[in-house]
Design a binder for this molecule. Sequence first.
Ligand SMILES: Cc1cc2nc3c(=O)[nH]c(=O)nc-3n(C[C@H](O)[C@H](O)[C@H](O)COP(=O)(O)OP(=O)(O)OC[C@H]3O[C@@H](n4cnc5c(N)ncnc54)[C@H](O)[C@@H]3O)c2cc1C
Length: 460
Amino acid sequence: MAERFDVIIVGARCAGSPLAILLARAGLRVCVVDRARFPSDTASTHGVQPSGVRILDHLGVLEPLLKVTPAIERATIAFDDDRVVTDFTALVGAPMVSARRVTLDAILLEAAAAAGAEVRTQTAVTGLVEDRGRVAGVKTKSGELRAPLVVGADGIRSAVARSVEAAEYHQTPAGRIFTWAYFESADADDGHMWLGAIGDHGFLAFPTDAGLFMAAVVPSIERRDEVLADREAVHAAELAHWPELEATLARARRVGPIRLMSRDGFFRESAGPGWVLVGDAGHFKDPTPGQGISDALRQAVELAPAVERALGGAGDGDRELHDWWCWRDRDAWEMYWFAHDMGAPGPPPLLIQEIQRRIAADPELTDALLRVLNHEVPPSTVFTPALALSAAGRALLTSPGQRRTLLREVQTIAANNWRRRAPSHPSPAAGRQQGVRDLRRSGVDRPSNGGVARRGAALR
Ligand SMILES: Cc1cc2nc3c(=O)[nH]c(=O)nc-3n(C[C@H](O)[C@H](O)[C@H](O)COP(=O)(O)OP(=O)(O)OC[C@H]3O[C@@H](n4cnc5c(N)ncnc54)[C@H](O)[C@@H]3O)c2cc1C
């Protein structure tokens, strides 16, 4: 006989475990299943924005985390030759943290077990159980687990999404290749991060747990072959474009390999009869502004009460989950395009270079940028048409020979703003019907790569 729960969560990292903690605390019988054996690493540069750190605190995991990884309170931001040092903890009231995923995810999973969730690791979900057009559980090699709701928190190549044939929309191609490594004995301040865009070179670096220092560079995607041919040479050559950062690593020793990853962005249909997707399973954005973990945490916080209502029996449970999906799209929309633009290949357009100079020169604009990255205010409240126009005017004065280029850039920005003005997703009725039909058609038990377009390029 199959075991029965109120909710089965597939995936036990920064989307699945927080949701398990919240639902178990609410008294639901939760089973969280992951094929990995924890502690387990995954590809990520793992900077958690202060807004995400607040959620980690609410989940009760900040204290154990800060015992093993430093609070990051200050940042040096480089825009070409400009440098700004800023204390963002003073500005937004919480630090960042950047524990490696092998550490962060293990702490989250332990907290899920402590909250009362049933934890099954080294257990791969091989298919979904269907009952009268609804998802009603999962299949694993050791048998079926049954629940009226299955949550896919199983990442970018979600088996749950594949099984219900969740449609993708607003896909964007990856613009850069994340290329990162860990160092010991870096000559770096423990509470300080580095974030930079210098010409065509991007940087992200901070102290992490176990006394290590993570340094990432992000060459443009056109350099894929060069990066694959000699990642060490590319990492070293890119770091040299930010000499102060390079100097902090002059006497450091690299620990482990240089890792590579490049992923396309997407939204996915994220709710249907008996299923919902959270975290990367439902949406992935360019990692340049470091949003994915905080997004997953915020989504879990918002999804938990929707799941309680959906399972509570009063009203339309599917509608609750559909409404959550619409919230997710609204919540992610502007940052999705902002991240896509930040991670675009090649040197920044002239207009963006002028805006970067203004941000570096104006403390209020620097603070506003940090609030955007912390998901407190949407990018459109800072990067206004007025800012773009005045930056264009200034750029015309300083680079009169670039008139045509600037005009094209202004036109592109205006056209993008128009196209991206509001999120679009399937209507509630269409979403529900689609979910039922697709589940029946898919046969749910297909092999793990059946019929699904490969998402991005895992270069590792
Ligand atoms: C190169 C790179 C750098 C990044 N840097 C940052 C950053 O600095 N800051 C930030 O906030 N975000 C960053 N991100 C994004 C962030 O890593 C993700 O958004 C985050 O990992 C999403 O978490 P998740 O729990 O949704 O999915 P995942 O972390 O992918 O976890 C999914 C889990 O599901 C399990 N699973 C999958 N299939 C099955 C199955 N069939 N059965 C059982 N279990 C299954 C997997 O084993 C895995 O443990 C980065 C991403 C990349 C690629």
